[in-house]
Design a protein around this ligand. Structure first.
Ligand SMILES: Nc1ncnc2c1ncn2[C@@H]1O[C@H](COP(=O)(O)OP(=O)(O)OP(=O)(O)O)[C@@H](O)[C@H]1O
Length: 313
């Protein structure tokens, strides 16, 4: 597959002199044709700072970026007509109608879709004559998406496209994005919603403190995460932590988190089987027993240095 984006050792530093902040710290990234790559990370991880330099909206402080083989900032005129960009916040004039807003943007594009078609795709046809300032937050996001897809882009950048949307609107947006993918558009998307990444992404990268700390398919990332077993700490009366520490497959010593015992395991079947045998032999009840394989959420939290909470009973 050809890469539409090739970025190597990209850095982005804000400020100057003694007051600088490295928001992106040596990122390597590729996006293949027809692929959707999701960039995940907690607030401040550097997602927007990275995406802006890939889009060509700002220069990288150092490193190389090629989009369609061109530097997206220096050779913006070669890259921009082939890309669609949905920013986190678009600066629409509230006094224009939805149609007028799209007409203005359409005039700058070489082969725009007809405006009714663009509105239909995002299900905004019934709001065509409404002033932008009267749209709901979710409708504005859909207008953002209509603008980004108006020029039939080969490459679409979506920066948190579904933040603030209700579940139904979020699913509708996913359907639009899936439709674009089905027609061969390549997509780079940032999101806080792990479910969104799981639903749409061919591949994901997780960013923390300006770096990519994990990369792969959802299956590859979750396979590297240990499984978790937890149960009510009342069982410790018959099964003390020192005994539990002898279970096979554990990746760290058993812990108590609030009122639960938490075990992490690289071999869920072996650990769980031995635990149940030990509980039977000791006559212990494992109330609220919960056993689950590694999840994307768990990988995300541990890679973002966020404590993994005990599962709510
Ligand atoms: N113009 C700026 N000047 C100085 N620091 C900035 C600037 N823009 C962003 N930063 C800092 O760079 C870091 C990364 O910000 P960025 O917006 O790229 O993160 P993000 O992962 O997109 O976060 P969010 O999920 O909240 O949108 C943050 O610590 C932020 O405060």
């Amino acid at each position: 597959m050809t890469s539409l984006i090739e970025a190597h050792d990209v850095r982005r530093t804000y400020g100057s002199g003694s007051k600088t902040y490295d928001a992106v710290r040596g990122v390597d990234l590729t996006l293949a044709r027809g692929e959707l790559l999701a960039v995940l990370g907690v607030n401040g991880a550097g997602k927007t700072s990275l995406v802006e330099v890939l889009e060509g909206m700002a220069p990288a402080t150092s490193g190389t970026i090629k989009v369609f083989g061109h530097d997206p900032h220096e050779q913006r005129s070669k890259v921009r007509p082939r890309t669609g960009i949905m920013l986190q916040e678009a600066g629409f004039s509230g006094d224009l109608t939805v149609t007028e807003t799209l007409q203005m943007w359409s005039g700058t594009l070489s082969s725009p879709r007809p405006i009714p078609e663009a509105l239909d795709i995002v299900n905004l046809g019934h709001r065509a004559d409404i002033r932008v300032k009267s749209l709901s937050g979710g409708e504005r996001r859909r207008l953002d998406l209509a603008m980004a897809t108006l020029g039939r882009p080969e490459l679409l950048f979506l920066d948190e496209p579904t933040t603030g949307l209700d579940p139904a609107s979020r699913e509708a947006t996913w359907a639009v994005v899936q439709g674009m993918l089905d027609h061969g558009t390549s997509v780079l998307l940032t999101t806080h919603y792990l479910e969104e990444a799981e639903q749409l992404a061919d591949r994901l990268v997780i960013m923390a403190e300006g770096q990519i700390v994990r990369e792969g398919t959802v299956a590859q990332i979750t396979a590297e995460e240990p499984s978790r077993i937890q149960f009510d700490a009342a069982a410790l009366a018959q099964l003390p932590l020192e005994d539990l520490a002898g279970l096979p497959g554990l990746t760290r010593v058993p812990q108590t988190v609030r009122n639960d015992v938490v075990l992490t395991s690289s071999d869920l079947q072996a650990t769980l089987g031995a635990l149940l045998g030990m509980a039977d032999a000791a006559g212990a009840r494992l109330d609220n027993l919960d056993a689950r394989s590694g999840s994307l959420e768990q990988a995300f939290l541990s890679l973002s240095n966020t404590p993994v909470p005990a599962v709510a009973a």
